[in-house]
Design a protein around this ligand. Structure first.
Ligand code: URA
Length: 445
């Protein structure tokens, strides 16, 4: 308190804006001053906005990014899970279409003996969010108090909730300002925003799934690599173990997109069924969580443990228990018809014969949002029953008239636009293309 009082007497926001404008490097104290002052309301929006734009143009170095992350992290509560005897680990994905691995790996890793205190987000733009997917399950409560979150974690080793008011309040305020001032797309700012929330979970280790390709926020591989490197470096500077998997989002993950659909597909994987790509990535991310959480001596051993948790049914039991503890109807596991479903179906078929060479994956996410499965404004309600089922993947042969995608919809008025987006998102050529590798690189492994 005394220190921050002395610092604030010496520092002025206007000088720090000038320093960054002129490509200077901030000290930790300067960043603490800006974050604490803005969160308290002492620094006005116009000065913070000017500083964010200076950062957007000039960038943040690694030490500045770590300092910003820590300042935002300590603007709120860091959840204390010391009552849990095991290591606490989590995964964060930068988001994509059909990315439902959290629903699979949380029960796998909890069943394997680590704790997964997952605080997740909602869908953003064309990408889906874990919270929205879970809320497709009737009764599932993602707004637990921290006391209830701890009780659930204590009983089943996993818990899945949304950000609370106590967690990283500086990010909430700064993110809203970035959104309104076109300063979102900066690697240092993105890193601090994501990592401050994840580190507030009170975890020992974090596995990052950084997506690249046409359905990712960072579509260019070099940008995704840079973000992954900065996030791993920042986590380590704050004393956490971290690794990033750079994974392909040039086409949807799995065969299903949409909220009820993705719950069903996750349950399939937990039964040892389901599509190979989703299974591979879920197992790989779980394996790294086991390894970083010191549950296994190697990633290979982590893979075996993840597979064992699935094949023995222990992971599915853990998911069932978590659904029950968070107020959801656990019978959805045995009877998916209890999930909200769309009333009608339509098919998008191929206009010509050939091979799928690539997809504009983002447009599948946009089509889903058009159908009601995404938000235009923060307060929009999601329709969990609408969805897309993909019948073809990159590399597949397709005949003219063959089904590419089944659209599950509720509103006839929205169908035509969604159909056009989906149909135009497939690139079909005459020469067979091989599917890109799903896991492109491990960063910091
Ligand atoms: N997600 C976040 O939480 N923050 C960002 O800055 C970008 C994506």
């Amino acid at each position: 308190m005394l220190v921050s009082h002395i610092i604030s007497n010496r520092m002025r926001a206007v000088d720090l804006i000038r320093k960054k404008r002129d490509s200077g490097e901030h000290s930790r104290e300067e960043i603490d001053f800006l974050v604490a002052g803005y969160t308290r309301g002492d620094i006005p929006d116009y000065q913070m906005a000017a500083w964010l734009m200076a950062v957007w143009i000039r960038g943040l170095g690694p030490a500045e990014t770590a300092a910003l992350t820590e300042a935002m992290l300590h603007s709120g509560e860091v959840v204390d899970h010391s009552y849990l005897p095991m290591k606490k680990v989590d995964k964060h994905s930068t988001g994509g279409v059909g990315d439902k691995t959290s629903l699979v790996l949380a029960p796998v890793v909890a069943a394997g003996g680590l704790a997964v205190p997952m605080i997740s987000g909602r869908g953003l733009g064309h990408t889906g969010g874990t919270l929205d997917k879970l809320e497709a399950i009737p009764g599932f409560n993602t707004s637990l108090t921290l006391a209830d979150f701890r009780r659930v974690l204590n009983e089943c080793g996993m818990g899945l909730i949304g950000q609370t008011a106590e967690i990283a309040p500086a990010d909430r305020k700064i993110y809203a300002l970035r959104d309104a001032t076109s300063t979102v797309e900066n690697i240092g700012l993105i890193c601090a925003s994501i990592m401050s929330k994840k580190l507030a979970e009170g975890i020992d280790a974090l596995v990052l799934d950084v997506k690249t390709g046409s359905g990712a926020f960072m579509s260019r591989e070099e940008d995704a690599v840079r973000l992954a490197e900065v996030m791993v470096d920042t986590a380590r500077r704050t004393g956490k173990k971290a690794v990033a998997l750079l994974t392909d989002m040039g086409q949807p993950l799995g065969r299903m997109a949409g909220h009820s659909n993705e719950v069903i597909e996750s349950i399939d994987i937990l039964r040892g069924k389901g599509p190979a790509d989703l299974c591979e990535l879920s197992v790989e991310l779980s394996a790294w969580m086991f390894y970083l959480g010191e549950r296994t001596k190697s990633v290979e051993e982590g893979r075996r443990l993840a597979e064992e948790m699935i094949l023995s049914g222990k992971a599915l039991d853990r998911f069932r228990q978590c659904i029950r503890l968070q107020g959801g109807n656990e019978r959805v596991i045995d009877d998916p018809s209890l999930l909200p479903m769309a009333k009608s179906q339509a098919h998008v078929t191929s206009a010509k014969s050939g091979f799928i060479t690539s997809t504009r994956c983002r447009d599948f996410g946009v089509a889903l949002a058009v159908l009601g499965g995404g938000r235009e404004k923060k307060e929009d309600r999601i329709d969990p029953g609408v969805g897309l089922e993909f019948h073809k993947r990159v590399g597949d042969k397709v005949e003219a008239g063959e089904k590419l995608v089944t659209i599950q919809y509720n509103s006839e008025a929205k169908l035509a636009e969604a159909k056009n987006l989906v149909a135009a998102a497939f690139e079909i050529g005459n020469v067979a293309a091989s599917a890109p590798p799903l896991i492109k690189r491990i960063i910091g492994g």
